[in-house]
Design a binder for this molecule. Structure first.
Ligand code: ADP
Ligand code: ZN
Ligand code: ZN
Length: 777
């Protein structure tokens, strides 16, 4: 007899354990016979099991031939049926267990990302007569019917009045067609096909359609393989080979400036893994998953690539996922969630732009793709490659330590672009000087002149508008100062409703002045203190003004203009196709674009991310500026970058100007060490929200008290708060939070979990635990 350990799909903290069920022989045979299975057994299957007088969906995480200890085998209930074939194997189940523990979430939530996209099954209570029914998203495989002529067709002569038959036969003379296509061009032809099929003149067969295999029309998408690898590329590949060989989950950080040929390294490394019969997984940030990136992988590996991202429909996602599971594709390129794709014989995981905050999932399970990838690689004995022009401080610290989390971390630098393409010249325009000299336009004199030059030379430019966290600050237009809390080094946030400035580190607040006596700049006493912000549309208008006499295409890309399916792509193609053009956009244009004709990159407002109340604010600003600067001068013509800033002297901005990252990293690491922030500690955010402010307060005060009593006296642990969140009220829910710091290497998840479990939560109060939090607003 076989026994299955089943995790029930009931996401309450109390029902977290796996339950044991007996597996009837027939079900075991059914699972083993399933061709498209990840584990070749019942492990990874979605099953229906009885549980306390009802039926519940569950996931099999392990099998055993021994009955569970201490239970009479005859009392063990049976698995009732298999609802979906295996989507993961034992190693993945192990990773899911780790996710649940590390990020403090119910085990079933940690398993869900491993399931086939759009195949979630739920049990719903139906009528009294029929106590339950299954609800299933419908996105399984799609079959299509194809019609083609048989050999008998050549000697078949339709009757004189059978004009429909003639039309169908003539349409098919060019080759097989889909029935739906035929019906669209020849209405009513489906019936004709049936009668011709009966006569043996045509045959109809079902073919599996794979959704989501779109072609691309971008010019640079089919990049050729370079003749020689650069020294940096060879060194990186050497390190990756060694990591593959050690088969223990070793990590290689490819620290290469933009355009240094990191993608080329990935392609080559994947090729080597494939030639050894292995498969590879590549994660890229969602917004850089453009046809351009996809095209480079497709042009090298053809149909061996499956693509997974959120702009695909559920059906497309399923088909792409299934290409990996069925072994038809050995390379998966996708966004964060592609990490869970069921690739057999995984040999290599690559995370491009590993510093990106979007690798942290902001809903349960709140995992970080980098950490989960490291875990997967250890579990499966494969290599992990982290690529970036601006590696995260976390990764840099681990490389410095060499050994971290039981594996070796190696950093390889690629400081040069191949073929002599030079890094762009970066200049910083001090906007306070521009303002002082009377120029109040959003384009400084140098930027306006450079844009006109681009138009004259028929080249292309990219203009970045940094939009994050903008209007929340008051800024002095004369000296660029942003009022800061005298007790914390945190910028004060402007709250319009209460007309006050608030510090979100210590929760002190100050009134902002009255109409008769406005607040003045704390540094220069100027009255020009205001919330200041522009949108991409205003930039577009200003640009149209500036370039009124030049024939230049202006393409705008932001959340509004790229909502529709394919819009993102269409706009990039428009920019690509134009003779001379300016691309105006938000953060989404900073990454992955490789257009050789771009000779100018302008950053309209470099500073907005710098003053965010977030310890990573400077790092994010530096990353963004480096990224966007890297869009310039990728072709033969040299590029230049103009950054407009009110804080021109900030290390993050100076480091971009001088191409000297150490300048930034050194000053930033010193600040992080001082404040006991990551990478020198771990940080978690415990968020509580609900309609009743007093309930929220009571619950979170309880959690904080519990946390303090459990961590009292433990070196390196700090409990900050509870305090109101920066977004103190969202959708009528009050939001408060606690920040918890712990020494690196300590397990935060189980501690936080125990403290939250210990509280009684009234209805309508929610608590979320976010370990290694990125968004603390
Ligand atoms: P990154 O991913 O670091 O931004 P890419 O891999 O996109 O860099 O490379 C930048 C450009 O340089 C691409 O157009 C690529 O085809 C080209 N390239 C990469 N490696 C080489 C090489 N060894 N020799 C010549 N050109 C190369
Ligand atoms: Zn001032
Ligand atoms: Zn403060």
């Amino acid at each position: 007899m076989t026994f299955a350990s089943v995790v029930l799909d009931i996401p309450t903290r109390a029902l977290d354990a796996a339950f044991d069920y007996a597996v009837p022989a027939a079900l075991e045979a059914e699972a083993a016979a399933e061709a498209s299975s990840c584990s070749g057994s019942l492990v990874g299957c979605t099953v229906l099991v009885p549980f306390s007088h009802r039926h519940v969906v569950g996931y099999v995480v392990a099998l055993s031939s021994e009955p569970p200890a201490g239970i009479d085998p005859s009392k063990i209930l049976e698995v009732e049926r298999i609802l979906a074939s295996s989507a993961f194997d034992e190693a993945s189940a192990e990773v899911a267990r780790w996710i649940a523990r590390e990020y403090s979430c119910p085990l079933c939530e940690a398993i869900r990302p491993f399931l086939a996209p759009g195949q979630t099954v739920k049990v719903r209570r139906a009528s009294d007569a029929d106590p339950w029914e299954l609800v299933c998203e419908k996105s399984g495989p799609v079959d299509e019917r194809w019609v083609s002529l048989t050999e008998a067709a050549s000697s078949f002569e339709p009757r004189a009045n059978a004009s429909k038959q003639r039309a169908v036969l003539s349409a098919l003379s060019g080759g097989p067609m889909r029935v739906v296509e035929l019906s669209a061009t020849l209405p009513g032809s489906a019936a004709t096909v049936t009668s011709l099929e009966r006569k043996g003149v045509v045959s109809v067969e079902r073919r599996r359609r794979v959704r989501g295999q779109d072609a691309t029309s971008l010019s640079s998408a089919t990049a050729a393989r370079p003749e020689h690898l650069t020294a940096g590329q060879r060194e990186a590949l050497c390190a990756i080979d060694a990591a593959c060989e050690s088969a223990s989950g070793d990590v290689v950080v490819v620290d290469g400036v933009t355009g240094s040929g990191k993608t080329e390294v990935y392609l080559e490394a994947i090729e080597r893994v494939r030639s050894r019969g292995g498969s590879a997984l590549v994660l890229v940030p969602e917004i850089s998953l453009t046809a351009q990136t996809v095209g480079r992988f497709r042009s090298r590996f053809g149909d061996d690539v499956a693509i997974l991202h959120s702009r695909l429909s559920a059906g497309e996602r399923f088909d792409q996922w299934d290409l990996a599971r069925s072994g038809q594709a050995h390379v998966v390129v996708g966004a964060r969630s592609a990490l869970f794709a069921p690739l057999a014989d995984l040999g290599l995981v690559i995370i491009d732009e590993e510093h990106e905050a979007s690798y942290k999932q902001d809903s349960a399970p709140r995992y970080h793709a980098r950490e989960v990838a490291a875990r997967i690689c250890r579990e499966r004995g494969c290599a992990l490659v982290l690529g970036s022009a601006t590696p995260s401080l976390e990764s840099l610290e681990r490389c410095r330590a060499r050994e971290w989390g039981g594996v070796t971390w190696t950093r390889v630098c690629m400081p040069e672009r191949p073929g002599g393409a030079t890094l762009p010249e970066v200049s910083v325009v001090d906007m306070t000087e521009q303002f002082a000299s009377g120029r109040k336009h959003m384009f400084s004199k140098p930027l306006a002149d450079a844009l006109l030059d681009v138009a004259r030379r028929r080249e292309k430019a990219v203009l970045l508008l940094n939009r994050r966290g903008f209007a929340n600050f008051l800024m002095c237009r004369e000296c660029g100062a942003v009022p800061e809390c005298p007790h914390c080094s945190t910028s004060l946030t402007y709250h319009e409703r209460t007309h006050s400035l608030v510090c979100h580190s210590c929760e002190r607040s100050w009134p902002i002045g009255t109409p008769g006596s406005p607040m003045r700049c704390p540094s220069c006493n100027s009255p020009y203190l205001g919330a200041y912000g522009v949108g991409t549309q205003q930039v577009e208008t200003a640009l149209a003004d500036l370039l009124a006499d030049a024939d230049v295409t202006v393409v705008r890309m932001d959340a509004d203009t790229t909502k529709g399916k394919g819009e993102h792509q269409r706009r990039l193609e428009e920019f690509d196709a134009a003779e001379s053009a300016v691309l105006v956009g938000t953060q989404m244009i900073a990454k992955g674009l490789d257009f050789p004709q771009v000779t100018l990159v302008g950053v309209i407002n470099a500073d907005t991310t710098l003053k965010m109340p977030d310890f990573r604010a400077a790092e994010r600003t530096f990353d963004l500026l480096e990224q966007v600067a890297g869009r310039a001068g990728r072709g033969e013509r040299a590029g230049r970058v103009i950054i407009q800033s009110y804080w021109a002297g900030h290390p993050a901005i100076q480091a971009v100007r001088t191409h000297d990252r150490d300048l930034f990293v050194t000053s930033e690491l010193a600040e992080r060490r001082d404040g006991n922030y990551p990478p020198f500690s771990r940080l978690a955010n415990v968020l509580c929200w609900g309609r009743s402010e007093s309930d929220v307060r009571r619950v979170l005060d309880g959690v904080a008290a519990e946390l303090r009593s459990r961590t009292e006296g433990r070196p390196g642990w700090e409990v900050l708060g509870p305090a109101e969140c920066l977004k103190s009220r969202v959708k009528d829910r009050f939001r408060r939070h606690i920040l918890v710091k712990a020494p690196v290497g300590e397990e935060l998840g189980p501690v936080l979990d125990a403290c939250v479990r210990a509280q009684d939560k009234p209805r309508g109060v929610n608590v979320a635990i976010d370990v290694d939090a990125y968004d603390m607003m």
